[in-house]
Design a protein around this ligand. Structure first.
Ligand code: ATM
Length: 234
């Protein structure tokens, strides 16, 4: 119901190749940021938010898993360390359940209002962590992606890339590892490998940023991407 109503109002959010392509220039852009542990996502999300806001763009910053009260509860379930094993299928379905709620409750309404959505992780994390990390079949993840998102995809995805051991040593100084952070180096190497593959497969959609550089250089690279995106706003 909600979906049908929205399609009418914004001419197809959730159905087009990307939000902007499907609904023209008045619609917001959907930007996602990805990366492995300790890559500097929080700092750089703040940078992107401030850069866009200072240019008069209304930015909604959100995250996955999470972004709504229910989806945040699912996040807590997913990240908590527990004695009971969490089966890969359970994990995958919980992630897409949280995503379904987040999309309907936050992402699609914001885009329909013409706001830009800046999301800390999205489905590329699922390809990287559940696909690469857990070994889930990519075609099955694609089926769930289509079920939950239709053909809605981010307009632009920044993947912050860093040497795994360097990133983990940074992240582990911050807090006790959660259920994902406690994974092995080999797990994170596979995650990183999928991110690198995704970036190579569609350079018009993904930018792989070397997050091992000094922060100023990282943010210079990010700025170039944002300038291009803004120029193409129509
Ligand atoms: P952050 O720590 O970046 O908020 O991410 C929470 C974890 O959720 C992240 N853990 N690590 N390391 C990766 C995990 N995650 C998935 O496994 N699949 C997904 O689709 C998403 C969105 C997150």
């Amino acid at each position: 119901m909600l979906f049908k109503r929205k399609r009418k109002a914004v001419k197809g959010v959730g159905m087009g190749a990307s939000v902007s392509e499907s609904v023209g220039a008045n619609i917001g852009r959907f930007i996602t940021m990805e990366g492995t542990e300790g890559v500097g996502k929080s700092t750089n999300l703040g940078f992107v938010r401030d850069w866009l806001t200072s240019r008069g763009i209304h930015v909604v910053v959100t995250r996955e898993p999470g972004g709504t009260p229910l989806a945040e509860e699912i996040r807590h379930l997913l990240l908590s360390n527990r004695d009971e094993p969490v089966f890969p299928l359970t994990e995958l379905l919980l992630i897409f359940a949280a995503r379904a709620q987040h999309l309907e409750q936050v992402v699609k309404p914001a885009l329909a209002r013409g706001h830009w959505v800046l999301c800390d992780r999205f489905t590329d994390s699922t390809f990287a962590y559940q696909g690469g990390g857990r070994g889930f079949d990519r075609a099955q993840i694609r089926q769930l992606e289509t079920l939950v998102q239709g053909t809605l995809r981010p307009d632009m995805t920044l993947i912050l890339d860093i040497d795994i051991e360097l990133g983990l040593s940074r992240a582990r100084q911050r807090s006790e590892p959660d259920r994902f952070e406690g994974e092995t180096i080999a797990f994170f190497q596979r995650v990183r490998g999928v991110y690198q593959e995704l970036a190579a497969s569609a350079p018009e959609r993904y930018t792989l940023v070397d997050a091992g550089q000094p922060l100023a250089a990282v943010q210079e690279d990010i700025t170039q991407v944002l300038v291009t995106l803004l120029d193409g706003r129509g």
